[in-house]
Design a protein around this ligand. Sequence first.
Ligand code: ZN
Length: 159
Amino acid sequence: MKATHGRVVSLHYTLTDDLGVLLDTSRGQESFSYLHGYGNIVPGLESALEGCVAGFSSAIQVAPADGYGEYNPQAVFEVPREQFPPSEDIQVGMQVQGEGEHGVMNFTVVGVNDQAVTLDANHPMAGKTLHFEVEVLEVRDATEQEQAHAHVHTHGHDH
Ligand code: ZN
């Protein structure tokens, strides 16, 4: 069975950056499953997996534009330190949530002093070329409920 729109693909993946640094992997854990054709994974990976079958194994390189987007230097901005509770220990590298243009967004703290906190709205993997090693384990039809929800129901999913 081929991975096409509305099918569920189960795979193992390892993700590294340009320097070979490990960013993420499913190895040693349960395999990763997604509903193909619904934009649930980065576009470059989804298009590379189009039509693949169980047993497909490949190295797939995804450019930033087809991954988590180009890095946008204008998405870095300062907010007054008093917008955060005085007790909160703000540190560089932390992820914080706040209201953005598209509802609740995640920001990375890239600077902090007594007056201001500098936040970066870019995805932590923005601007990175993604190097995937994938091994497709299974391709199956999605259930009607999975198609209606536009995501996969695996064990642990509670509805
Ligand atoms: Zn659901």
